[in-house]
Design a protein around this ligand. Structure first.
Ligand code: IPD
Ligand code: CA
Ligand code: CA
Length: 266
């Protein structure tokens, strides 16, 4: 192992430790008496548990690396992570807050480390199934320490894909959904999981063949993209252009059905 790779593994280990700390908070508070409120609309919630998880993850990361920068979903300031010098952490303390608040145990913690405008290591933890997805750039993707790869599915008719029913629809922005009937007719089934980061981890593990949506944020996709690429899949925007974690649309797949989906998704 070169020094560089071992340094990235160290980032990955710290991401995994931080995710485990937050995961244990998620488990112990689940279906408990926590409070939550609406953010910019009634469609977006934040709970006390999100805030506690973020504080815990940030605390753990900064204890290990005091000079690193932080982009956390629940922070007041959202810096442009690609223009940061040094290492920056992209943190989604609970991805799938609506599921969490409703007592649906499909949600996760996502913690990524990025350098030179690239995500280089990260971890997604599903605390309810005790599944830890980890990835290190150029050194593979793993689930609970075992190497994972994307599915081998080549035909849309055999594929199971996931998406979101985004609230932008309610504002009349049907762009992402205009392709829904075509995709729905072509694939075996479409799922709406309610946690983008965990759905992306499922693509990396080969449980889903693809995932697409209109509008995610950098912390939703940072680890998921790295997992999928390290597991042999492909991630682009909905026009097939190179993707990096940002506000906007994304199509992630096993690679084999990517172009077929691109042709009908938009
Ligand atoms: C949300 C989830 C959801 C997706 C939303 C995200 P949050 O993240 O990933 O599946 O549809 O666009 O904002 O708010 O639960 O962290
Ligand atoms: Ca999220
Ligand atoms: Ca979140």
């Amino acid at each position: 192992m070169t020094d560089d790779v071992s340094e990235l593994h160290r980032l990955c280990d710290v991401a995994a430790e931080a995710a485990r700390l937050a995961g244990s908070i998620m488990r112990s508070s689940f279906e408990g008496d926590f409070s939550f409120h609406e953010k910019s609309s009634f469609k977006e919630l934040v709970s006390d548990v999100d805030l506690q998880c973020q504080e815990t993850v940030v605390g753990h990361v900064l204890e290990a690396f005091p000079d690193h920068a932080i982009l956390g979903e629940e922070s007041d300031e959202h810096l442009d992570w690609r223009s940061c010098d040094g290492t920056v952490w992209l943190i989604d303390p609970i991805d799938g807050t609506t599921n969490y608040v409703n007592g649906i145990p499909f949600c996760c913690v996502s913690v990524a480390a990025a350098r030179d405008s690239k995500v280089v290591a990260g971890a997604i933890l599903d605390p309810f199934r005790d599944e830890l997805f980890t990835a290190v750039r150029s050194d593979g993707a793993q689930l609970n320490g075992k190497s994972i790869s994307v599915s081998k599915c080549k035909n849309l008719a055999d594929s199971v894909v996931a998406t979101e029913i985004h609230y932008a629809l309610l504002r009349g922005r049907t762009g992402h959904f205009s392709g829904f009937p075509r995709v729905g007719r072509s694939v075996r089934s479409v799922r709406v999981m309610g946690s983008a980061a965990l759905a992306l981890a499922y693509v990396a593990r080969g449980r889903l063949d693809a995932y697409w949506t209109a509008n995610l944020s950098p912390w939703d996709t940072a680890v998921g993209q790295l997992l999928i690429e390290e597991a042999g899949g492909r991630v682009t925007d909905l026009a097939g252009n190179a993707y990096y974690p940002r506000n906007g649309p994304v199509l992630a797949s096993n690679g084999r059905i990517h172009n077929k989906l691109l042709a009908i998704v938009h």
